[in-house]
Design a protein around this ligand. Structure first.
Ligand SMILES: [Zn+2]
Length: 287
């Protein structure tokens, strides 16, 4: 006559079964967030960004039409960088954060990219033109190379200190994977000049010089930073698409762009299962 299993035995069996499952089916959630590219992709498992956090607030709330869904890496990059700026330069206004992506990605109003959870717009930190005190960025204000507003009626000028600290915070953490900070060339040069004159850490100046970039096929970005994060090599094997040059520190952290040909799924599986195959195949260059 069969014995009724004791509850402990059932629990133990379930534990073994689940542990076995975990080995056969590793948790791939972090790798399934983004599909496709910034201008044609989708967002599978979005993370919602809070409307307020220390040193951080959104330009438009969700009820005002703001888009606040993204990948965990980009959320961490922005939330942690805003907090670091507030810590290093206390007494400033909050970082004003524009659109991320829609809950499932895809096309959104006001943007050509922002489709796979890897893009966000950050308004420039501003100072009051009259008093020189920090003030909340009133909107997308365009600045010239001196940091003065192009619109002579505007009451703000650029806060180079906090904008530099923001860029520095975004590039110094490998795990953020910041691949681009799109910004007008004249503001890039002004920020680098500011950082060099104040002897900021040359490692972050070198990285900032690499990732700050005025896009050739879009507005020059003299009224906000547009930040983009990379796909990890694992994410790329699962359909996340990167483009453009890769910074040397991201090659180390994220693997090379050409880890596998897109059309060869057998090779992709082999790479996913074998860490040696996933390692870069050729020597790394610093630029
Ligand atoms: Zn943008």
């Amino acid at each position: 006559m069969p014995r009724t299993p004791r509850p402990l035995t059932v629990a133990a069996a379930a534990h073994v079964a689940l542990a076995g499952c975990a080995v056969l089916w590793p948790d791939t959630r972090p790798s399934r967030e983004s599909m496709g590219g910034p201008a044609n992709g989708a967002l599978l498992r979005a993370t919602r960004v809070p409307e307020r956090a220390p040193g951080f607030s959104v330009f438009r709330t969700e009820s005002e039409g703001g888009q606040l869904h993204t990948t965990r890496r980009l959320r961490d990059a922005v939330v942690e960088s805003a907090a670091r700026v507030a810590r290093l330069a206390p007494g400033g206004a909050e970082l004003v954060v524009g659109d991320f992506s829609a809950p499932f990605g895809g096309r959104i109003e006001r943007h050509r990219s922002h489709r796979n959870g890897r893009d966000v717009d950050l308004l420039f930190f501003a100072l009051d033109r009259g008093t020189g005190r920090p003030t909340r960025a009133p909107g997308f204000v365009r600045y010239d190379r001196e940091g003065n507003p192009r619109d002579r009626e505007a009451t703000v000028r650029m806060d180079f200190e906090r904008n530099w600290l923001l860029v520095e915070s975004l590039v110094r953490e490998d795990r953020f994977g910041v691949i681009y900070v799109f910004v007008a060339e004249w503001l890039k040069q002004a920020l680098l000049r500011w950082a060099r004159a104040r002897e900021r850490d040359p490692r972050w100046i070198e990285r900032a010089e690499r990732v700050m970039h005025q896009p050739g096929d879009a507005a020059p970005h003299d009224d906000h930073f547009h930040v983009r994060v990379a796909c990890t090599s694992d994410e790329r094997l699962r359909g996340c698409v990167d483009s453009g040059p890769r910074a040397w520190w991201l090659e180390r952290a994220f693997g090379k762009l050409d880890a596998a040909p897109d059309d060869d799924s057998d090779y992709a599986w082999a790479v996913a299962r074998s860490p040696e195959l996933a390692a870069p195949r050729s020597g790394r260059r610093r630029r």
